[in-house]
Design a protein around this ligand. Structure first.
Ligand SMILES: O=C(O)CCC(=O)C(=O)O
Length: 298
């Protein structure tokens, strides 16, 4: 057995609210919505040159691929650059530099006129559109989004490879307790250290200009820029109240407890979390192997 994320994702060119809700939103199943923003200025015109004209003079914080702090979301940028220089760099040169979760619309509100929230969802969080930029080879390591909202990730320039796993696999993926991160590297899996990976199944896809990937709330995602480029993510409330509640608890309580324990115990807390993650994974492996042996006729 080995880590299996070869399952393709449905690709749909035209979809209405009912079809989307019944087949993807309520069952929380990923799908690529090809050309979802067709007919908007963003779809036709957003490229490196456009963003250089609109926002090139801004100074922005950029992040490197770093292996440290595996259980933390990187919030403080590793360096600052002029945005126009950053765009020139990712347009021409492989680099690990990324910009993530940038609400560029606060700096350049006129960009909000370039698109409309697509009529396939009624609970978009309209105040939180974010842009993501990355050089070829840069990576967003595997994580879940802490608020558990659904994400509609549209690509405008370049290409991104995305690997997705359902939240049901969180224990087999060694999620740290009180946290939305894991120490596993899905593209270089270490089966000896993380045997649970043998029991996990997921999806893989590549998105390019005009593709919108619907990532259901709580889904694990690993993202790699196979070409330098950028995209926008629109978020919407999870249709399931239990997940909305979990998202709220994550932001308000779990994260705060995690931070205070880290402050109080330092590295000891990280080690304790690793042990708990290992214990939970071992229990999930026992359950998975029991299920398999039940399927073998005696
Ligand atoms: O593409 C990226 O840089 C990361 C996107 C991501 O992790 C997200 O939208 O939650």
């Amino acid at each position: 057995m080995a880590l299996d994320y070869n399952h393709p994702i449905d690709i749909i060119e035209d979809i209405d609210l009912r079809h989307f809700e019944e087949n993807y939103l309520i069952p929380q199943k990923p799908v690529i919505l090809r050309g979802l923003l067709k007919g908007t200025k963003a779809y036709d015109e957003w490229n490196f040159e456009y963003f250089k004209r609109v926002a090139g003079d801004l100074t922005i914080g950029v992040f490197e691929n770093r292996e440290e702090d595996l259980d933390k979301t990187m919030k403080v940028p590793h360096r600052k650059m002029k945005f126009a220089d950053y765009l020139d760099l990712i347009a021409t040169t492989p680099t690990d530099l990324r910009i993530h979760l940038w609400n560029i619309f606060k700096d350049c509100p006129q960009l909000m006129d370039d698109f409309e929230f697509p009529p396939i969802n009624t609970t978009f969080l309209k105040g939180f559109p974010y842009m993501f930029f990355g050089g070829q080879g840069s990576v967003a390591r595997m994580h879940q989004d802490i608020d558990m909202s659904n994400v509609f990730l549209t690509q405008f320039e370049g290409k991104r490879r995305v690997v997705l796993f359902a939240p049901e696999y969180s224990h087999l993926l060694y999620r740290y307790p009180l946290n939305v991160h894991t120490g596993v590297n899905v593209v270089k899996p270490d089966y000896e250290r993380f045997p649970g990976l043998n029991y996990v199944k997921g999806y893989e896809c590549e998105i390019k200009h005009g593709d919108t990937l619907f990532m259901p709330g709580e889904y694990w995602h690993y993202i790699e820029y196979t070409e330098g480029g950028f995209g926008m993510s629109l978020r919407s409330l999870n249709p399931h109240l239990s997940k909305r509640f979990r998202g709220l608890m994550n932001i308000s309580v779990r994260q705060a407890v995690d931070w205070s324990m880290r402050k109080a115990m330092g590295d000891g807390w990280f080690e304790a979390k690793q042990k708990i993650a290992d214990r939970r994974a071992n229990a999930a492996i026992r359950k998975a192997t029991k299920k398999e042996s039940e399927l073998i006729p005696q």
